[in-house]
Design a protein around this ligand. Structure first.
Ligand code: COA
Ligand code: ZN
Length: 437
């Protein structure tokens, strides 16, 4: 392995003109390739366009948007652009009440994904002599295998610790000499707390020096607090499973915006209501077109993440645009413990129980053990004096919800009429009172 400041100097430092040329070439190829899916063929027909209409990069705006609902409606393989025998992996979102989303990958897609993550990890100073520990969930969570293959590509010794079991995480960090850790911000903070409880000073007693944080929105102050606590430099990571997972955009050592890899994606920021483009510097919804994917390319995918493009050049020498840290969502998705949850998933499970009324309320709070979701739900029949029956019902609701949303909520059955029922209040079903520290 040749050591350099860039993992892939050619791709990372190409000029803006070279980038735009490459993007156009890859966009045109992608659009032609999309004609292999009935989904995009139909969309093109509806809009009266053909791949030949894409002559400049601005022509991307002629293309149809793709939404999460499109993926759900064409579940599981409706957007595949290659035959299934050429695909080697799929990742799927949680949930069984509606159709989850599925993303298909060929071997080339997986190789490119690993290259993108390796590029990010190298950019923040990871090198083959580092030990990388990943506290993300494995399996269907893309941050598990995504970081795993990227870290291996860098050549690091990789510890696939997976989520939870904090004492074991800490033992690994100390015994294996972990230097680079991936954790969502609230879990990094939890690791720090448990270390302190154990009489371990992370700055003195571990070799941690780089922390990759993503998935949860957090402020600059929160980042600096984690850096101080753990004695690390913390870099913001942006990934979305529909685009592949981690590796989409990552902060460079300047820690001022996340470079989004424009040789993989065409980036647009739009007004989520009018769908009109927003100029650089203005907040809007991030829309991404994959231009380097075989199995399941996506055109103008509406991520629902709100951010802006930071204007100006970055001193690190990379010309790939920089995204500002995420400012929220243009839909009602909740991110809890690094897991994406839609209130409708909860509602659909609650509706299965005939004992419950349709009124429920979700509260998100930070407790000593971490972030907690409490779901209060009204009972429709009055058997509130039958305590053991209520407890059994709460347990069964919790079990079914855990299957659906992958985290364990706290379920509280409350008497009918307890929760606000005015139409105005019904619209607001989630109260987020979380704090990171
Ligand atoms: N990453 C790593 N560990 C996490 C975590 C996260 N995002 N969120 C919670 N944990 C830890 C908890 O601190 C707890 O640790 P402990 O074993 O030391 O007590 C343990 O995981 C279980 O959490 P708990 O809150 O009791 O259980 P749950 O059933 O509600 O949560 C998880 C289930 C943690 C398995 C689930 O939230 C998960 O898999 N999260 C990871 C998601 C992920 O990796 N997303 C991608 C991020 S980029
Ligand atoms: Zn930079």
């Amino acid at each position: 392995m040749v050591y350099s400041d860039y993992f892939n100097p050619e791709a990372e430092t190409m000029s803006v003109e070279q980038l735009r040329e490459l993007q156009l070439e890859r966009l045109q190829h992608t659009v032609r390739h999309c004609m292999n899916s009935a989904f995009y063929r139909d969309k093109f027909q509806e809009l009266g366009i053909t791949p030949d209409d894409i002559r400049t990069l601005d022509d991307v705006r002629k293309l149809p948007f793709t939404s999460k609902d499109d993926l759900r409606e064409h579940y599981p393989f409706g957007l595949a652009c290659v035959s299934l025998k050429d695909c080697v992996r799929l990742h799927s979102s949680s949930g069984t009440t509606g159709n989850p989303t599925v993303v298909l990958h060929t071997q080339k897609d997986l190789d490119e994904w690993a290259n993108a993550v390796a590029r990010c990890l190298w950019m923040v100073g990871s090198r083959p002599e580092d030990v990388f520990q990943n506290s993300a969930g494995y399996g269907m969570f893309t941050a598990g295998l995504g970081f795993q293959y990227g870290a291996e590509k860098v050549g690091m010794l990789t510890v696939p610790a997976a989520a939870g079991n904090t004492l074991r995480q800490i033992k690994f960090i100390r015994d294996f000499g972990t230097t680079v850790l991936h954790a969502i911000p609230s879990y990094a903070s939890r690791i720090n707390e448990v270390m302190l409880e154990q009489g371990i000073d992370p700055r003195r007693d571990t070799k941690l020096r780089v922390l990759c944080i993503g998935a949860e929105p957090h402020s600059e102050e929160q980042r600096q607090r984690i850096e101080q606590q753990l004695g690390v430099k913390a870099y913001n990571s942006y990934g979305i499973s529909e685009m592949m997972g981690p590796g989409v955009a990552f902060e460079c050592p300047e820690q001022n915006g996340l470079h989004i890899w424009e040789d993989y994606f065409i980036v647009e920021i739009i007004d989520p209501v009018t769908l009109e483009p927003k100029p650089d510097g203005e907040l809007g919804e991030l829309v991404l077109t994959t231009i380097n994917r075989e199995g399941m390319p996506l055109l103008r995918y509406r991520t629902r993440d709100l951010t802006r493009i930071l204007p100006g050049d970055c001193p690190c020498g990379r010309h790939h645009k920089r995204l500002d840290r995420l400012q929220g969502r243009s839909d009602d998705m909740i991110i809890l413990k690094g897991v994406n949850i839609f209130p409708i998933q909860i509602e659909k499970i609650l509706l299965k129980f005939k004992e419950l009324s349709t009124d429920y309320f979700i509260t998100l709070e930070t407790k000593e053990v971490g972030d907690v979701m409490t779901i209060e739900v009204e009972i429709s029949q009055m058997f509130t004096d039958d305590y053991s029956r209520l407890q059994a019902l709460e347990r069964e609701i919790t079990r079914q919800l855990k299957d659906e949303i992958l985290i364990t909520p706290k379920v509280r059955i409350v008497p009918k009429g307890t929760l606000a029922t005015s139409d105005e209040k019904k619209a607001v079903r989630v109260k987020d009172m979380r704090k990171l520290f």
